[in-house]
Design a protein around this ligand. Structure first.
Ligand SMILES: Nc1nc2c(ncn2[C@@H]2O[C@H](COP(=O)(O)OP(=O)(O)OP(=O)(O)O)[C@@H](O)[C@H]2O)c(=O)[nH]1
Ligand SMILES: [Mg+2]
Length: 223
């Protein structure tokens, strides 16, 4: 986490023309990486968060790595998230490994309609433990929750795997936007909390926060 950002740039999510020079429009920055098999929806997830749009139609696999910035405000603190969208294809793995070290948070996605993308989560977690910082924030996301007719992974299976690894979990949809913003807000809150807790600030538990805020797909809600 960078606590003292430099001058505002013209990067996405900022409004430099309204800020005086050397007055950044954020208080903290954090690097977040999107990981998971090719086709699980990482790029769509990022576009939905950044632009509120869904890229339907032909699937264009990411080549290498790309990033977008977005500033979110949590409890009065502006957190600039630098979000790295990685290629899920095996042949780009060595490129993405180099970026793990600098990431404070990882969003690990599988596709609820694709069993192998779920089965590969354990391998992704092994890779994360090998290359990422030890205290990196990890969140497991079961994406494409809008496609209930093709679901092959039950929500409970995602919950169980997440519990085994002690990470927060929710199902998401890059198409409808379900839980997309929440995933990034929860990360921003955690990063803010880690950056320096105020004396009167209650402790923050990212798993509890996600559990209390997440929406469930209508087919699976039993509350
Ligand atoms: N129905 C539905 N389709 C989705 C969703 N997210 C992504 N898709 C579709 O899934 C395909 C793959 O999405 P991408 O976001 O490009 O996948 P990716 O994980 O970035 O893939 P790589 O770049 O190869 O790693 C595209 O055809 C998307 O339109 C979702 O939440 N719901
Ligand atoms: Mg992609």
């Amino acid at each position: 986490m960078t606590g003292t950002p430099g001058a505002a740039t013209t990067g996405d999510g900022e409004a430099p023309e309204r800020s005086p020079p050397c007055s950044p429009n954020y208080d903290l920055t954090g690097k977040v990486m999107l990981l998971g098999d090719s086709g699980v929806g990482k790029t769509c997830f990022l576009i939905q968060f950044k632009d509120g749009a869904f890229l339907s139609g032909t699937f264009i696999a990411t080549v290498g790595i790309d990033f977008r910035n977005k500033v979110v405000t949590v409890d009065g603190t502006r957190v600039k998230l630098q979000i790295w969208d990685t290629a899920g294809q095996e042949r780009f793995r060595s490129v993405t490994h180099a970026y793990y070290r600098d990431a404070q948070a990882l969003l690990l996605l599988y596709d609820i309609t694709n069993k192998s993308s779920f089965d590969n989560i354990r391998a992704w977690l092994t890779e994360i433990h090998e290359y990422a910082q030890r205290d990196v924030v990890i969140m497991l996301l079961g994406n494409k929750a809008d496609v209930s007719s093709e679901r092959v992974i039950r929500s409970e299976d995602g919950e169980m795997l997440a519990r085994e690894y002690g990470v927060p979990f929710m199902e998401t949809s890059a198409k409808t936007g379900m839980n997309v913003e929440l995933a990034f807000l929860a990360i921003a809150k955690e990063l803010k909390y880690r950056a320096g807790r105020q004396p009167d600030e209650p402790s923050f538990q990212i798993r509890d926060y996600v559990e209390s805020q997440k929406k469930r797909p209508s087919c699976c809600s039993f509350v």
